[in-house]
Write a protein that binds this ligand. Sequence first.
Ligand SMILES: Nc1nc2c(c(=O)[nH]1)N[C@H]1C(S)=C(S)[C@@H](COP(=O)(O)O)O[C@H]1N2
Ligand SMILES: [Mo]
Length: 322
Amino acid sequence: MPIRTSRHGPGRIRPSEITPKDVWLDRRTLLRNAGFGLAALAAPAAFWPRLAHARRKFDDLVKSKWTVDEEPTSLDDITSYNNFYEFGTGKGDPARYSGDFKPLPWSIRVGGECEKPGVIDYEDLIGSFGVEERVYRFRCVEAWSMIVPWAGIQLDRVLARFQPTSKAKYVAFETVYRPEEMRGQQRGFLDWPYVEGLRIDEAMHPLTLLAVGIYGEELPNQNGAPVRLVVPWKYGYKSIKSIVSITFTETEPPTTWNIQAPHEYGFYSNVNPERSHPRWSQARERRLGGGLFAKKIATLKFNGYEEEVGPLYAGMDLIRHH
Ligand SMILES: Nc1nc2c(c(=O)[nH]1)N[C@H]1C(S)=C(S)[C@@H](COP(=O)(O)O)O[C@H]1N2
Ligand SMILES: [Mo]
């Protein structure tokens, strides 16, 4: 079995960029593959190689003004308790089963209502637009939340290149479909591929980020490598992972969780402590990393970004348009 030191294939990463940690984690992968698998089956997610691949560092990360002044959640917590149904429905499944996913090379098709439809390659994306570090609050519908130092590119800068027309009222996003690498896609947990959408003004809002990294390095597979959306004032499920296509549309695009359970999940999905999920309240949350008995804190409207994004929804009934 070849020793993989990099998910980018031979020659893409210089040996100097591989840290001892990466090598150590790779050795764990080898051990697992070499027959420690059975013992590991019974082990908790913590045993599994969560960051099995070398991930490039972003050197010239610009610190963004869009940064909350809160203590970031640890990388360990951010990468071990995930939702990514393409790898299974358990919170530990993405860390456990995403090791064989190959995020690079990668490109994203952009089309629909725009003057210049085309394809953007990952290397072009991170080379052409400045990658910024932004520490955002991130709130999942199951009422856990975290503080994440994302590395990313403001989405509107990327979209502008394709020149959306006046008919572009929404933007639709689609996740890759690769059942051979994504074991969850071999099962009917959701309608594959995962799809999401934003109104054009939401997509163009400066807070909306195309994330390519966490803690200054490329995204781990379980967090949506190599490119995922981050919309910090909405519930986590709007932040679609491993994006392969972006389409400008005239009408509201279908979204995975709305298709799945329309009474529970609407198109807007703005964080709203006043609108309960039909099966539980959304008024409080628990920060990841604080343990099961961590005290709950009050959830803020628009996840604390009301000043920035409140005006987008002026006059709208946010209970009806949940
Ligand atoms: N393609 C895809 N994107 C997805 C999901 C998914 O299952 N598949 N889960 C969503 C949900 S419910 C959440 S809370 C976030 C979790 O992101 P994280 O694992 O990086 O914390 O990803 C979102 N994006
Ligand atoms: Mo979520």
